[in-house]
Design a protein around this ligand. Structure first.
Ligand code: GTP
Length: 497
């Protein structure tokens, strides 16, 4: 029954599949982790590219105005035809091809001011209008080809939120002779920011150097926060995480004007996209785990059925639905007990249950010259007369009884053997002669004191005991036989040494 509990035909398979599952889970965890990092990297890199593209779209649109501005200043310098009708017409054409430009201003050193489209002469502000009060007004003293952008402001002429870009023009000798400025309607910035869908749901906006948000109405409450954002944007382009907003900011600096394009993505939105992108790998992992579990179950089931059939065939030659491992375990156990039974029968005497002569002969020589081991031989006294008087059955009973008494003294080191008909040998392994002798003496007394149902029946034994010191097994046997003979001669019921 012990074996039945121990035997498990699926244990190794379970170990293999558990290891496989464990490895898969660990590997999946690592893949998911790296995937998460990769996706985060991709999100960051897409977001950075996104702000860069936005910045370049806005730059490109502003560049058109700058090119036109340069063309006008060059034309003025080369032709000095600032106030001709033809020139005004040409300026109108320039304005027409620049849809974002709401006004063109030219102010020369003589304070001649030209505005296209022309201001109505009757309007209130025309009378008191001083071009020098316009934000774009500047007179560079040195030659420059670089356009200058104003901060965003609300234009009282167009009432729109605009920014002005200006460029001084020069005459020969490079003395500043005037300034040309475009008023640019900032609504194009909003259009540009909305022209490309962001990679992740978020807000984009542009901040000017002073913290003002381009296109927005000036909101002073945000200025301080915007300035903080500007101080964190230290590279040409980059990103940072704001604990305060729990959001990522991606930015790209523009060269001229010095604006910074920002793209804000909340951590929640970023994580949502990352989780969505990770979902595929999650499903893949779950599917792999399911496949492994199914394969595990299928193999165990098939194996169980197969083993059941084998076991059933061994036992009954048919399948009866019993658990295979139990049947096989039982069969193995039966087989073991059969082998044990056969080998036990081969080594024991059927009548007395003592080890038989064959085993005695095998073991005797292994004790040759062992000074710490002893050999004893005892013989039932007058056994013939027991048989004669009480019959062979009682004789057999006496033999069995004496063997039983002897086996009480049996240990791992003391073995009794049925040597002959009514002779019993004993080998004392690693036991000195005195101890061995006292055991044999005790047995002799036990036998002599043993009573039987037949009141007149009494048995005694005579014997001899000797050490294996300086003797082969066979020599010891011959000597102990002589001692037994002496014991018989000296009146029986005695042990000689
Ligand atoms: N019942 C029975 N008798 C046996 C068995 N083996 C031997 N004997 C008998 O044991 C007797 C041995 O007799 P003897 O050798 O003459 O010796 P003894 O009568 O014991 O006399 P001493 O040995 O001199 O004391 C014989 O009669 C055998 O038949 C057995 O297995 N069963």
């Amino acid at each position: 029954m012990k074996l039945k509990k121990k035997v498990s035909f699926t244990k190794s398979l379970n170990i293999v599949f558990s290891s496989l599952l464990f490895t898969l889970i660990i590997a999946s965890g690592m893949i998911a982790y790296h995937q998460w990092i990769d996706i985060k990297y991709s999100c960051v890199s897409f977001s950075k590219k996104y702000v860069t593209v936005l910045a370049s779209i806005i730059n490109e649109k502003l560049a058109n105005s700058e090119t036109s501005l340069k063309l006008i200043t060059e034309t003025i310098r080369e032709h000095s035809e600032i106030s001709t009708r033809r020139f005004n017409k040409w300026l109108n054409t320039q304005l027409y091809i620049l849809p974002n430009v709401t006004g063109l201003n030219i102010l020369d050193a003589q304070q001649n001011y030209t505005r296209i489209p022309m201001l109505s002469e009757n309007s209130n502000f025309t009378k008191d209008f001083n071009p020098k009060s316009r934000p774009w007004y500047q007179m560079s003293t040195s030659y420059s080809e670089k356009t200058s952008f104003t901060q965003p402001y609300n234009d009282y002429i167009s009432t729109k939120r605009i920014v002005s870009v200006s460029l001084p023009f020069f005459e020969s000798g490079e003395i500043t002779n005037g300034i040309v400025a475009f008023d640019i309607d900032l609504s194009f910035v909003n259009q540009s920011l909305g022209s490309i869908a962001p990679p992740i749901q978020g807000n984009n906006f542009i901040l000017a150097e002073n913290g003002e948000q381009i296109t927005d109405k000036v909101n002073m409450t945000n200025i301080e926060k915007n300035l903080q954002l500007l101080t964190r944007a230290i590279w040409e382009s980059g990103s940072f995480f704001s604990q305060e907003d729990d959001a990522y900011y991606f930015y790209k600096k523009m060269d001229n004007p010095s604006w910074i394009v920002f793209y804000k993505v909340t951590r929640q939105n970023m994580n949502r996209v990352m989780i969505e992108m990770n979902t595929k790998i999650f499903y893949f992992i779950m599917l792999s785990i399911l496949i492994i579990c199914f394969a595990w179950w299928a193999i165990i089931s098939v194996m169980n059925t197969t083993l059941t059939n084998i076991a059933s065939s061994i036992r009954y030659g048919r399948f009866d639905g019993e658990d295979s491992s139990k049947i096989l375990a039982l069969e193995i156990e039966n087989n073991i007990s059969r082998i044990e039974d056969i080998s036990s029968k081969a080594s024991t005497d059927a009548l007395t249950g003592l080890l038989n002569r064959r085993v005695f002969d095998q073991q005797l020589e292994t004790f040759s010259y062992k000074s710490d081991s002893c050999l004893a031989l005892i013989d039932i006294d007058d056994f013939k007369s027991v048989n004669d008087k009480f019959g062979h059955t009682i004789g057999d009973l006496v033999l069995k009884t004496i063997a039983k008494l002897a086996r009480k003294y049996e240990t791992a080191n003391i073995k009794f053997y049925r040597y002959g008909g009514e002779e019993i040998a004993a080998i004392f392994d690693g036991i000195n002669i005195n101890s061995a002798n006292s055991i044999i003496e005790s047995l002799r007394i036990d036998i002599s004191e043993r009573k039987y149902r037949e009141s007149e029946l009494r048995t005694t034994v005579s014997g001899g005991i000797i050490t294996f010191d300086n003797k082969t097994g066979l020599e010891a046997l011959e000597l102990v036989d002589k001692l037994l003979y002496l014991a018989k001669e000296s009146g029986k019921n005695t042990i000689k040494r």
